[in-house]
Design a protein around this ligand. Structure first.
Ligand code: ADP
Ligand code: MG
Length: 456
């Protein structure tokens, strides 16, 4: 295995643990510059990336390198350098003959190519697999493309992490970029940051013009606007201006509009005024179809039995499914072996459900619930009887009990030293309410999905 192959395997593993956007931000254009005597030098494109990789990802990189090469790595150094002998990518892939393909060196990890709108050109409708859990969302997106600004405006897509929201959102952008130049893709976080900066530097007017003068506005992860009043105000006006002029707006969020904490009602009602669709977890057939398609794209064949094993055991989302596949391919290419259910089982052992729930602690659940409701852990576990705190507190109790079967006294302890009867009461209350409250159900599901995706 050469250094590129090793790095590809390492990246395959690292990618599983984080959002695509994060992964691209930190790992794009990185490679192994040298790997000798237990010392790995990773070439990175910027000082910024170097700092992050060394501070935040050192352990993961080291661990994953060790696993991949099967040797102890004593040191990982990140160095800002440009890659020498960067392989020139063939322009037209189709001209490759089969023979060439077989002998060609393995491709370096494809850095996603971002087009001029900051859209990832990999996110297309052509490679989006439609199943029960996303067919409505998919159909709504297609309708938007056929008639932008006219049918579903805004289109609001929500659902858990890694289920294809960004893919759909960007697919709309990629498709409409064939007919218009005025497309803006943003996350609610960068909308906020840009807005704050614009105001600081006295460029509020330019900011307004930039966002209001488009045919298509795509806002990813709009839930992060919760609690940011100035941003909400600005976005409200941007929204209205575009909407009045029949300009298409598409948004994604990890939860339905009404469940976004600390968001103004006038915005929620705008968000709901067009079409709201959800994407859910894929069923087994869809997962298999996705695996087949992705394996095919990578020119790799996997037995049905293996596909079934992976689909059955990767429960949470499609990003993980992709990560698992990358890992399987990298491992077997490296060892030059054919995948079997047994080898795949071993490779995925740290990804499958059992192993994962073991590592989830009551504290993780408390933190996740707090994060979801945009409150801090102190408030969540504190004494206040405010409704905005009491419900999340009860939800945290319920989830700890349900996910970890923790005893009531221990749950009480975890939640700021409460009595076990309080924990029991909270659990019963949420269990009961869950039966009839659809919104509560959705929130519980969204939170559960967060358990397995660390904060980015
Ligand atoms: P989200 O924005 O909901 O967190 P993403 O859109 O980033 O999720 O999807 C995670 C990964 O899974 C991406 O690489 C995406 O291409 C892939 N993916 C998601 N849904 C599908 C699908 N239906 N078909 C093919 N790939 C998908
Ligand atoms: Mg996303």
């Amino acid at each position: 295995m050469n250094n590129d192959q090793i790095w590809q395997a390492v990246l395959g593993e690292i990618e599983i643990g984080m959002s695509r956007a994060n992964f691209i931000t930190w790992f794009k254009d990185t490679y192994i510059s040298s790997l000798e005597n237990g010392q790995a030098v990773i070439g990175v494109p910027s000082e910024f990336a170097k700092r992050w990789l060394e501070n935040k990802f050192y352990k993961i990189i080291k661990g994953s390198l060790e696993k991949t090469v099967g040797e102890k790595i004593s040191e990982v150094i990140c160095r800002v350098e440009l890659r020498k002998n960067q392989p020139v990518k063939p322009v037209a892939v189709n001209t490759e003959t089969t023979a060439e393909k077989e002998t060609a060196a393995p491709k370096p990890v494809e850095a996603p190519s971002l087009n001029r709108f900051g859209l990832n050109s990999r996110y297309l409708f052509e490679n989006f697999i439609v199943g029960k859990a996303n067919e409505l969302a998919h159909a709504a997106c297609r309708a938007v493309i056929n008639n932008p600004g006219r049918v579903y405006n805004p289109l609001f897509i929500y659902g858990g992490v890694g289920l294809g929201k960004t893919h759909l959102l960007q697919a709309i952008g990629n498709e409409l970029s064939k007919t218009t130049n005025k497309i803006l893709y943003t996350t609610s976080e960068s909308f906020t940051n840009n807005y704050v900066q614009a105001i600081r530097s006295g460029q509020g007017k330019e900011f307004k013009n930039a966002y209001r003068n488009v045919d298509l506005l795509l806002v990813d992860d709009v839930q992060f606007m919760g609690g940011k009043d100035g941003t909400q105000e600005e976005f409200f006006h941007t929204f209205n201006e575009l909407h009045q002029n029949n300009k298409q707006i598409v948004m994604t969020s990890d939860r339905p509009p009404k469940s976004i904490p600390a968001i103004e009602t006038r915005l929620t009602s705008r968000f709901e005024s067009g079409m709201v669709v959800d994407v859910g977890k894929p069923d087994i057939e869809t997962k298999i179809a996705i695996l087949e398609k992705k394996a095919y794209e990578k020119n790799y064949a996997l037995d049905r039995e293996i596909l079934l094993y992976v689909a059955n055991n990767i429960q949470n989302n499609i990003r993980e499914l992709e990560g698992a596949l990358n890992k399987i391919i990298a491992y077997h290419e490296f060892n030059n072996t054919t995948p079997s259910v047994k080898s795949v089982k071993d490779i995925l052992s740290d990804l499958t459900i059992d192993a994962r729930s073991k590592s989830l602690s009551p504290k993780d659940i408390v933190e996740t619930v707090a994060r979801f409701y945009n409150i801090n852990v102190k408030e969540l576990t504190g004494d206040s009887r405010k409704k905005e705190l009491v419900t999340p507190r009860q939800i945290a109790i319920f989830l700890i009990r349900e996910e970890l079967s923790t005893s009531y006294p221990t749950i009480g302890q975890e939640l700021g030293g409460r009595d076990h009867t309080t924990a029991m009461h909270a659990y019963n209350k949420i269990s009961l309410e869950k039966e009839s409250n659809e919104r509560l159900n959705q929130e519980l599901n969204s939170i559960k999905q967060l358990f397995y995706s660390p904060p980015n």
